[in-house]
Design a protein around this ligand. Structure first.
Ligand code: AHM
Ligand code: MG
Length: 344
């Protein structure tokens, strides 16, 4: 028996949380709720596999090269198929698209009203080294009226997002999501197989602590980005130096800065002088995290514009990305405005 003065601990499962959020919308049909359950389930399945990634039957590469020109890891393929198969028959989606597939995957069998874009296993170059990796997901309403969804349904600005989130496979597995009602984080309790609310109403704290960037590529950056980096390091005397953290898994780097305060950036670079571009993809990496950042009082930009205002023109379009504490992202925009005549 609990002593009278002590409140019982309130255990909120992800199912309960999503359902309670749904109750705030009297017109809600429950379809989005079910879709989020399905994604949480996919997260549990992928988590159970990633936690065994060191085992011989899983670790290693397939022979395939994906649309990005990268060797597909077996776990990438597993995560991609898991999400697809858990969602292709439910009647909730019109179309899906993922980093691992060149074209959208329309749902022909009783298509539904939502669109799911996902990066099944982001940071997969880290798989072999036991470094956290993540799944990123975005949900839109379809634009087309009926029938299987199309590319047009997938190419929407982040501003239209209905829900977005990520699952981080780290020292524990966490699912963080928003439906535009704040950002909420859940930790998977592996003993019961449930995501439990552990981080309600996440807001990026002040003052910021970290900056996260691949400093090894400094030589390829624009003048504005170099000077911005000097600024964050306290080299121009404009601010106290931030601490540097970068693991090379976007979800992990973003998550740390969401909880601690800071900025992650992957700028345009001039490795190919004729074609400056970032590495990260607008539709299924930058936009969903931008929605989460904004809901947590942060901001995301491509250096010039709000990421959420950009309409992708192709599924795998890349974008520079600056994301995290609002004041730090706005500072990046200011440096780029001042020093970069060329739009990067
Ligand atoms: P991926 O989608 O192929 O895994 O690549 C994206 C990853 C991000 O998670 C991470 O931020 C970035 O690539 C790291 O790139 P780099 O190794 O150039 O620093
Ligand atoms: Mg990725």
């Amino acid at each position: 028996m609990l002593p009278k003065s002590e409140d019982p601990i309130k255990i909120i499962t992800i199912e309960r949380h999503i359902l309670e959020e749904q109750l705030q919308f009297p017109d809600a049909t429950g379809v989005l709720t079910q879709l989020l359950y399905d994604i949480a389930l996919a997260g549990k399945v992928i988590s159970s596999r990633t936690s065994r990634a060191g085992l011989a039957e899983i670790l290693g590469r397939t022979e395939e090269v994906n649309i990005q020109g990268e060797v597909v890891q077996k776990l990438d393929r597993f995560a991609d198929l898991t999400i697809y198969r858990l969602n292709d028959h439910t009647g909730r989606l019109a179309v899906m698209a993922s980093e691992e597939n060149e074209h959208p995957m329309p749902i022909s069998n009783s298509p539904g009203k939502y669109v799911l874009l996902y990066d099944p296993l982001d940071g997969s170059s880290n798989i072999d080294y036991n470094i956290p990796i993540g799944t990123i997901f975005s949900i839109y309403r379809r634009r087309t009226e009926s029938g299987p969804g199309t590319l047009e349904d997938c190419l929407q600005p982040g501003r239209n997002l209905v829900a977005a989130g990520y699952i981080l496979y780290g020292s524990s597995t966490m699912l963080v999501y928003t439906t535009g009602q704040g950002v909420h984080g859940f930790t998977l309790d592996p003993s019961v197989g449930e995501f439990l609310l552990s981080h309600p109403n996440i807001r990026i704290p002040e003052p910021p602590v970290y900056f996260s960037v691949n400093l090894g590529y400094r030589m390829f950056w624009s003048e504005g980005v170099k000077r911005y980096t000097d600024h964050l390091q306290g080299l121009d005397g404009g601010m106290k130096a931030l601490s540097l953290r970068y693991v090379g898994s976007l979800v992990a780097d973003f998550h740390r800065n969401l909880l601690a305060g800071g900025v992650f950036y992957y700028p345009a670079d001039f490795k190919d002088p004729k074609k400056p571009q970032g590495k990260l993809r607008l539709a299924y990496e930058a936009a969903p995290l931008a929605f989460i950042a904004e809901q947590a009082n942060g901001y995301a930009s491509d250096g010039v514009r709000n990421i959420l205002d950009i309409t992708p023109t192709s599924l795998h379009q890349r974008t520079p990305l600056f994301i995290g504490t609002r004041s730090l992202v706005e500072k990046a925009e200011a440096f780029i405005r001042e020093y970069d005549s060329v739009r990067v």
